[in-house]
Design a protein around this ligand. Structure first.
Ligand code: NAD
Ligand code: MN
Length: 355
């Protein structure tokens, strides 16, 4: 029997609700299976840990994760700690420490979900956004000087490297090639950002030569937002920079019905380190501790995790259970216009898995 070691980092806010729920679902999935099992290890890193220790995770925290097969992550973000400290001190530390350079975000309108785009059928919206996850606008390069004086200055410098752009383009072309439509849109802003984004375009063209069977086009990021709303069926796989894709994927999540549904994987395609899977939403201060969080985004992230560790059949099984549950409006949480609680949705998915 293959045993998979899974690290659970619930983090803050509703992360502490949706990640334990995900563990329950994964345990239900593994129940009675003879081929595989899961060994979960939970880490209490996040805002409370910060209040006790002055850091979001221990300095040698990555060493505790290194031997894991995958990481399940909730959210970093605490009402009483500045966001740049929680984000950089935990989530980005893991993403960058393990060079998880491809952030992958599938978007589909699941059965039973009332999505805001009235001119498109659910079948016409089926995207995967590939986000560059290691550099660009979020490289962390920059600084502040003359703090508090009238001449104060601050910079966030976007850094793009040839290697960094090449590897994310290759990943995106390969992913597009593996999907039925073999269609890739390279999101850019090379009209206004005339250095790094021009290199981005050049490298896209170079890499495209390695994938002659992939149809690809280029779209400016601002125009891309309109295209996502007006002509969703013309898109399939998208690749964009760290900042651009961050924004586009929240739009994608909203167009699919709710931020509470959308999953993501922070992938190390070379598998040197564990990859990390998480719902794209944050701590949701307005609903935390009330049992109102939609756990579907986390469950779908578990599906991505199962695919990554090679349990494709189990991934399908879980996705079918999720879709059977979203198809029933009685099992919708408040973000979807329903009244169900986190625990009811979790129990319903487990019940589907037992069938
Ligand atoms: P958010 O995703 O936490 O919340 C936005 C809105 O969506 C809220 O109204 C919330 O109630 C709702 N929502 C989100 N997820 C939901 C779910 N599963 N079920 C039901 N409703 C849901 O974004 P925000 O308010 O911008 O950020 C709050 C905190 O979370 C901040 O500290 C931010 O830095 C952090 N954050 C962390 C991550 C991460 O760790 N990956 C991502 C985004 C935001
Ligand atoms: Mn974001």
């Amino acid at each position: 029997m293959k045993q998979f070691k899974i690290a659970c980092i619930p983090g803050d806010g509703i992360g502490q609700e949706v990640i334990p729920a995900s563990q329950v679902v994964l345990e239900a999935l593994a129940l009675g299976q003879s081929q595989f099992s899961f060994e979960f290890t939970s880490f209490d890193w996040g805002g409370d840990y910060y209040r006790q220790h002055g850091i979001m995770m221990p300095a040698d925290g990555l060493d505790a994760l290194r031997s894991m097969d995958a990481i399940l992550f909730g959210s970093a973000g605490d009402p009483n700690i500045p966001d740049h400290i929680t984000l950089w001190g935990l989530r980005l530390k893991i993403c960058q420490g393990f060079d998880q350079y491809a952030n992958v975000r599938p978007t589909r309108i699941l059965p039973g979900i009332d999505a805001p785009l009235k001119r498109c059928t659910p079948a016409q919206l089926n995207w995967v956004i590939v986000r560059e996850n290691s550099e660009g606008e979020y490289a962390g390069v920059g600084g502040r000087a003359h703090q508090g004086h009238p001449i104060e200055v601050a910079t966030d410098v976007s850094m793009m490297t040839r290697v960094g752009v090449q590897r994310i383009m290759r990943y995106a072309f390969k992913l597009a090639q593996s999907r039925p439509r073999k269609l890739l849109t390279v999101v850019t802003k090379s009209n206004a950002q005339r250095h790094a984004m021009v290199m981005w375009d050049e490298i896209a063209k170079e890499v495209s030569a390695e994938f002659p069977d992939v149809h690809w086009d280029k779209e400016l990021v601002d125009a891309c937002t309109a295209r996502m709303v007006n002509r969703p069926a013309t898109l399939d796989t998208l690749v964009a920079t760290n900042l651009h894709a961050d924004i586009l994927s929240d739009l994608a999540a909203a167009l699919a019905g709710s931020l509470g549904i959308a999953p993501t994987g922070n992938i190390d395609p070379e598998r040197r380190y564990p990859s990390m899977f998480e719902p794209i939403h944050g701590s949701a201060f307005d609903i935390m501790g009330k049992g109102l969080a939609n756990p579907i985004g986390s469950f779908w992230s578990c599906v991505m995790m199962l695919e990554h560790i090679g349990l494709d059949q189990q991934a399908q099984r879980l996705m079918q259970a999720i879709e059977a549950v979203t198809a029933n409006p009685k099992l919708h949480t408040r973000d979807l216009g329903g009244e169900a609680h986190t625990q009811q949705v979790t129990e319903a998915v487990c019940q589907m898995l037992r069938h």
